[in-house]
Design a protein around this ligand. Structure first.
Ligand code: ADP
Ligand code: MG
Length: 479
């Protein structure tokens, strides 16, 4: 029975640190250059060169450690992990084995039912990325691009504590939020800035021994992570239910076929012949250095969520959505300050703004309507200069580049709300006269038709009438 099984997942997340140059050389880390134009002698593993550690990786790794409440390793040492692969010209990867920079820590992840769960982090260590094998453009051959070789990585290892694909995705998203908030990484998953290895095993419910796991490598989107894990769970259950055994192996996810495939049998630590990197000295990190970084820590996503809820009165759901992305949260805060109405700001941000950003595939930071402009639009609704409907017209005009000032656009297009009853009364009277059937209904107690009259007046005035006032006028005229 499928319900008899329990799923256990642990993730290793590789995060590219957003430094200008590589971890052991001065070559650029910029994404997208032509192959092998950003690989120097160190990255190519030429004989006679020596690595020099890039100090910029330490504040980033330490900020992450502080963000998850970890211990920062006092002595942080590099080791060699030996293996042979064409994208690794040195024949070894410089990484951290016994003395990583970040030890322990934990994050709170949110679950579908609104509750939260703590996932512990085992460690996070610094290492260099490998190059890339290119298969597509080379018939029967493989191209090697070493631009990525030596890009700094922080590998974040979780405890095996997640029990579904959804939980694993929630954990990965939490880590993504954290590293982008802290400017540890640009988090651009389509460029490979954050890649997940999913370790998945299953066991009979109630067993306390972990089952044999497989590790699905290099999954670079949340959607694929979910699918890869779901596929793997089903595959393992099928094997065990039919009396088979799971092979401990490394697998690859193929999005085109939506399946995982074996890549190689799992190496163990002894296969890698780890030993201390003789070309790099241990780095000792003192309290003062850590405290400096602690002082500069920005507000973290979890803290923002709580503040949005408790101080600005947003619902938990809205606070969660808006705090999930730093760009969105910043936009919202500027907008809310401009209009002094966090509730309205959040409605516009999650409604009109997000819809437009998604439709045009833009980053919030590049939205053509600035948060101050949106805040001003909201102000004009609040001081009854315009109706909500006209507000949307103005928002779209600004978005399309047809206007550059909210008040200027209102003025130039005569969009000021008509709140002058002497102007509205004749229109209300005319509409009452033209619709005797609805008048009868209203007088017979069907007060719902009120909306019909208000709607007609709004239509007649091109949305410029003050709806509140029209409402009052219609009621007084009908009774
Ligand atoms: P390795 O270094 O060989 O990859 P680790 O012991 O460091 O192995 O574990 C790597 C990841 O695998 C961790 O995230 C850990 O939580 C997870 N993991 C270990 N054992 C299991 C298991 N039986 N099922 C699921 N995940 C596991
Ligand atoms: Mg591993």
């Amino acid at each position: 029975m499928r319900e008899d099984w329990e799923v256990v997942i642990g993730l290793e997340i590789h995060v590219q640190l957003s430094t200008e140059s590589k971890i052991f050389s001065g070559a650029s880390t910029k994404f997208g250059a032509s192959p092998n134009t950003q690989a120097c002698a160190v990255d190519l593993g030429l004989p006679g060169v020596l690595p020099v550690v890039n100090e910029a990786v330490y504040p980033k790794a330490i900020a992450f450690g502080l963000g998850v409440g970890a211990t920062i390793g006092e002595r942080s040492c590099f080791d060699r992990k030996n293996y042979f692969y064409p994208d690794l010209p040195k024949g070894y990867q410089i990484t951290q084995m016994d003395e990583p920079i970040v030890i322990g820590g934990q994050v709170e992840i949110s679950l579908a039912d609104g509750s939260t769960k703590t996932v512990r982090i085992t460690r996070a260590h610094l290492e260099e990325d490998a190059g890339k094998s290119l298969h597509e453009d080379f018939h029967g051959m493989t191209g090697i691009d070493l631009n990525r070789a030596g890009t700094p990585l922080l590998e974040i290892v979780s405890e095996p504590e997640m029990s579904s694909a959804t939980e694993a995705v929630s954990y990965a998203k939490t880590i993504h939020q954290l590293v982008t908030y802290l400017s540890v990484s640009d988090g651009n998953m389509s460029e490979g800035s954050l890649r997940c290895d999913a370790n998945v095993s299953i066991r009979k419910k109630g067993d306390d021994k972990l089952g044999v796991r497989t590790e699905t490598k290099n999954v670079n989107s949340f959607r694929f992570l979910k699918k890869a894990i779901e596929f793997e769970i089903e595959r393992q259950i099928d094997i065990l239910e039919s009396g088979g055994r799971i092979a401990q192996e490394t697998r690859l996810y193929d999005p085109d076929r939506d399946e995982t495939r074996p890549m190689r049998s799992k190496e163990t630590a002894t296969d890698y012949r780890y030993f201390p990197e003789p070309d790099l000295l241990p780095v000792v990190i003192n309290e003062a250095y850590i405290n400096d970084i602690r002082k500069q820590m920005p507000e973290l996503p979890a803290q923002k969520r709580v503040r949005f809820e408790e101080e600005l009165g947003l619902t938990a759901e809205d606070a969660n959505l808006i705090a999930s992305d730093l760009g969105l949260a910043t936009y919202f805060e500027i907008c809310a300050t401009t209009c002094s109405d966090p509730g309205m700001a959040s409605n516009w941000v999650k409604g009109e703004l997000l819809a437009s950003v998604n439709r045009d595939d833009l980053l919030v930071a590049n939205a053509p309507v600035t948060p101050i402009q949106l805040g001003t639009i909201i102000l004009r609704i609040k001081d009854e200069t315009i109706s909500g409907k006209i507000a949307k017209t103005i928002f779209n005009a600004l978005w399309q580049g047809e206007a550059d000032s909210v008040d200027g656009y209102i003025e130039a297009n005569g969009l000021k709300q008509v709140s002058d009853s002497s102007a509205l009364e004749p229109i209300v009277d005319q509409i009452i006269q033209e619709n005797p059937k609805q008048v009868e209904q209203y007088r017979a107690g069907k007060t719902k038709v009120l909306g019909f009259f208000v709607g007609q007046v709004m239509k007649q005035t091109g949305g410029k009438a003050n709806p509140k006032q029209v409402n009052e006028l219609v009621i007084s005229r009908l009774s």
